[in-house]
Write a protein that binds this ligand. Structure first.
Ligand code: S3P
Length: 423
């Protein structure tokens, strides 16, 4: 059960950005290690619908024939981004500067998510972006000339920052974004590979437009957010040491490691050569007894997608784990505070939802039924926790695991997690 070595698929955030930048670059970009999940495929399909030719010589490899900054063509219909908030928000930045009109839609979860956070700053740059009372559809009118602007965000968000910087590449003048706390910086790391200088002005990150992106070759590291489920599985249900190889360990993403170590986890990083400007390591994990902690608020952004996995760890830790300052969790693919608290409760774990976090008291885990509400990370977190349950755990509505980790089930089975289809 959970020992030995494994790899995880390519990073979702980086895969989205790689296709987007390649699509608006001049020349042919090869992307290797691309995440073939539904979210990133939706991004690729959106650019194909705008006339970008993308070849797929083999699984995980895309060859993108860039259209250049002004070369996208009007899509025939609304662009459907499925479950992907990243796709919708970042695309809004690109589409704000096009000559044509466009409309962005998604699945039921995405249609509920807040979009004014990108629409408002894009309007400040001269874009015409409309939302439906703050939510999708997002309707963008073409033919606007964007001006560079300095933005101060009140919530740290890499999606909002990246949408603004993408608009900034098309705008006249300098565009800067500053955030209350640093969010993931994949955009800033990747732009220089496409020949775009990124400057830092005080706490702000800036680009100058209009810019010209030049095609490149990119390797995408393994997704830390996917590795997180196996890190927790190895800690709470492993027999021996497990190593997850070639995982992206960008410090804006790895807050979970710090938190798990504070809880008593034995995790060691073995650095590997960088991939695409991103630090990479093999992550070695040994089964560990965990203690509940108060999660330091300053680590919240750097583990924002890892809370479902953390809650699974907290459910079997000794004592109480308390998370605060994480209200953003209520605005993800599901309300991850409410959905996780209810699911943990269904398995007999004492969990109390707070307005901006949760309290979880570790203890025995029963079998039971949990609803994932179509949230991939909720489904995977309960699949991991099931390894410690006294009876079978039925997880409903799991199809969206394919958005970020299509091979999760196979990997989990190979790792010894017992998964069965419900009749
Ligand atoms: C992402 C940023 C984060 C994260 C999401 C991916 C990105 O969202 O939760 O899964 O790729 O930029 P926010 O920008 O809303 O924090």
């Amino acid at each position: 059960m959970l020992s030995g070595g494994m790899t995880v698929p390519g990073d979702k955030s980086i895969s989205h950005r790689a296709v987007m930048f390649a699509a608006i670059a001049e020349g042919v970009t090869e992307i290797r290690g691309f995440l073939e999940g539904e979210d990133c495929r939706a991004t690729a399909a959106a650019f194909e619908a705008m006339g970008v030719r993308i070849e797929r010589p083999r699984y995980g490899c895309l060859v993108v024939h860039g259209a250049g900054l002004r070369g996208l063509r009007p899509p025939a219909a609304a662009l459907d981004l499925g479950n992907s908030g990243t796709a919708m928000r970042l695309l809004a930045g690109v589409l704000s500067a096009q000559a044509f009109d466009s409309v962005l839609i998604g699945d039921a979860s995405l249609m509920r998510r807040p979009m004014e956070r990108v629409a408002a700053p894009l309007r400040r740059m001269g874009a015409d972006v409309r939302t439906n009372a703050g939510r999708p559809p997002v309707a963008i009118a073409g033919g606007r000339t964007l001006r560079g602007a300095a933005h101060v965000l009140d919530v740290a968000s890499a999606q909002v920052k990246s949408a603004i910087l993408l608009a900034g590449l098309h705008a006249r003048g300098r565009t800067c974004v500053s955030e209350p706390r640093p969010s993931r910086d994949h955009t800033e790391r990747m732009l220089p590979a496409f020949g775009i200088p990124v400057s830092h002005d005080g706490g702000a990150v800036c680009v100058d437009g209009p810019a010209r992106l030049v095609a490149t070759t990119l390797d995408v590291p393994g997704d830390f957010s996917s590795a997180a489920f196996f890190i927790v599985a190895a800690l709470i249900a492993g027999r021996e040491q497990t190593t997850i190889r070639s995982v992206g360990v960008n410090p804006t993403r790895t807050g979970l490691l710090a938190v798990l170590r504070l809880m008593g986890a034995d995790i060691r990083l073995h650095p590997q050569p960088d991939l695409g400007g991103e630090p990479v390591a093999d992550v070695e994990v040994r089964p560990s007894r965990l203690r509940g902690i108060a999660v330091p608020v300053e680590l919240v952004e750097s583990m924002i997608d890892e809370f479902p996995a953390l809650f699974a760890a907290a459910a079997v830790a000794e004592g109480e784990t308390v998370v605060t300052g994480a209200a953003e969790l209520r605005l993800k693919e599901s309300d991850r505070i409410a959905v996780m608290a209810v699911g943990l409760g269904n398995l007999g774990v004492a969990a109390q939802a707070l307005p901006d976090g949760i309290r979880v008291r570790g203890g025995p885990v029963n079998g039971g039924i949990v609803e994932s509400h179509g949230d991939h990370r909720v489904a995977m977190a309960f699949a991991v926790l099931a390894a410690r349950a006294a009876g079978p755990v039925v997880i409903r509505d799991v199809q969206n695991v394919a958005t970020s980790y299509p091979a999760f089930e196979a990997a989990a089975r190979r790792g010894g997690l017992v998964l069965a289809e419900e009749d």
